[in-house]
Ligand binder design. Structure first.
Ligand code: NAP
Length: 316
C-alpha cells in the first residue's frame, strides 16, 4: 500500500515544502542510511541535512538507493542542507554547497539555509581554525554579504530556494532590507518549553514560515542534563496525548503544524519515523493549545552556541 502523502505548504517564492521532514543531526553513519531509507519508504519527502552533521555521504547513499529502487524520483524529494559557518566568505559559499551536492549525490538542493549568522575562520572544509586556547576563531563577515553570495546559487540553479537558520528578528529584517531574494524560512529551535511566539509572529508578518527544529527539545544532545525537565514526559502533554489517543511526540509535532510551522523531528528508529507522521488525522482544540502554550519557560532554549555569545552577530 502506498504511504499516505505528507501535506506541503507554499513558500513566498512560489515553491512548496512538505510540512514534516526528517532531521539527521546526531544520526550516526551506520544508522542514518537505514533511517533515511525508512523515512522515504514511509512517505517522507523532506530530509534536513548539514555537512556539520558529518553524515551527508550516508544520507546521499540512502537517497540514491531509494531513487534507484523506484520508490521516489529526485523531483519528488525535498532536500535541505545548510551553509556551515566556515564558508561565510562570499568566495567560499559555492564551494561549501558543492561539497554538500557531491556528498548528497544530487545536482541541486530544494532549499539551502545559512546555518548561523556568524562566520568561523576556516581551517579546511567545515573544520574551523582554533586559537592557542583551542577556541574556534569567529570572523566579522557580515551575514548580508554571505546572503548575497547565496542568492547567486539560486541564479545558477544550484538551489531552488534559500533561507536562514538561527536568525533573530533584527537579522531577518536586515536581510529583507538588503536582499534581492527573500528568505523563505527561518529554521530555529521551537517546542513548548521555548515556543518562539514573538519570532514566529514576526516571520509570519513577513511571509516567512518558521521551521521548528528540535521539536522534542533534542533529548539526545550530548550536553542534556539528567535533571532537566523532559518534554516528552511532561505530565501536561501526557494528559493531552491521552485525550487524543496519540503519543506525546504526535502532540508536539501537531502543535507545530497547527501554528503554521514546518517541523523536522530526528529519529533513527523506523517505528518512531512512522509514528511521527501520524499527525494529519487529528486537530488540537484551542483549549489544548492554550495549555501547551503555558509550558513556555524563560530557560527553555537548549541550543545556545554560548561560546560565541559576545560576537556582534550572536542571535540569542
Ligand atoms: P529532536 O527531533 O527534538 O529529538 C530527537 C530525539 O527524539 C532523538 O533522541 C530521537 O530518538 C527521539 N525521538 C524521535 N521520535 C520519537 C518518538 N516518536 N518518541 C520518542 N522519542 C523520539 O532533536 P534534534 O535532532 O535536535 O532536532 C531535529 C532536527 O532539527 C535535527 O536532527 C536537525 O536536522 C535539525 N536541527 C537544526 C539545527 C540548526 O541549527 N539549524 C539545530 C538543531 C537541530 P531516536 O533517534 O532513537 O528515535
Amino acid at each position: 500500500m502506498a504511504a499516505a502523502e505528507i501535506p506541503s505548504v507554499k513558500l513566498l517564492d512560489g515553491t512548496s515544502i512538505p510540512v514534516l521532514g526528517l532531521g539527521t543531526w546526531k544520526s550516526k553513519p551506520g544508522e542514518v542510511k537505514a533511517a533515511v531509507e525508512a523515512a522515504i519508504s514511509a512517505g517522507y519527502r523532506h530530509i534536513d541535512c548539514s555537512p556539520v552533521y558529518e553524515n551527508e555521504v550516508e544520507v546521499g547513499d540512502a537517497i540514491a538507493a531509494k531513487i534507484k529502487d523506484g520508490t521516489v524520483t529526485r523531483e519528488k524529494l525535498y532536500i535541505v542542507s545548510k551553509l556551515w559557518q566556515t564558508y561565510h566568505e562570499p568566495d567560499d559559499v559555492e564551494a561549501g554547497l558543492k561539497v554538500t551536492l557531491k556528498d548528497l549525490q544530487v545536482e541541486y538542493l530544494d532549499l539551502y539555509l545559512m546555518h548561523f549568522p556568524i562566520g568561523f575562520k576556516q581551517q579546511s572544509g567545515h573544520t574551523s581554525a582554533r586559537d592557542a586556547n583551542n577556541q574556534i576563531i569567529t570572523t566579522d563577515r557580515d551575514y548580508v554579504d554571505t546572503w548575497k553570495a547565496m542568492e547567486k546559487l539560486v541564479e545558477k540553479k544550484l538551489v531552488r530556494s534559500i533561507g536562514v537558520s538561527n536568525f533573530n528578528e533584527k537579522q531577518i529584517d536586515r536581510i529583507l532590507e538588503n536582499c534581492t531574494i527573500k528568505p523563505v524560512t527561518n529554521q530555529v529551535e521551537c517546542h513548548p518549553y521555548f515556543n518562539q511566539k514573538p519570532l514566529s509572529d514576526h516571520c509570519a508578518n513577513k511571509g516567512i514560515i518558521l521551521t521548528a527544529y528540535s521539536p522534542f527539545a533534542s533529548p539526545d544532545r550530548s550536553w542534556a542534563s539528567p535533571d532537566e525537565p523532559k518534554l516528552l514526559e511532561d505530565p501536561a502533554l501526557v494528559a493531552v496525548a491521552k485525550k487524543y489517543n496519540k503519543t506525546v511526540a504526535n502532540i508536539l509535532l501537531r502543535y507545530q503544524i497547527e501554528r503554521g510551522h514546518i517541523t523536522i523531528p530526528k529519529s533513527v528508529s523506523p517505528d518512531r519515523i512512522t509514528q511521527n507522521k501520524q499527525i494529519f488525522d487529528f486537530k488540537l482544540e484551542p483549549s489544548d493549545i492554550s495549555q501547551i502554550e503555558k509550558l513556555n519557560r524563560p530557560d527553555g532554549r537548549v541550543i545556545l552556541m554560548s561560546f560565541c555569545k559576545d560576537h556582534k552577530y550572536y542571535p540569542f
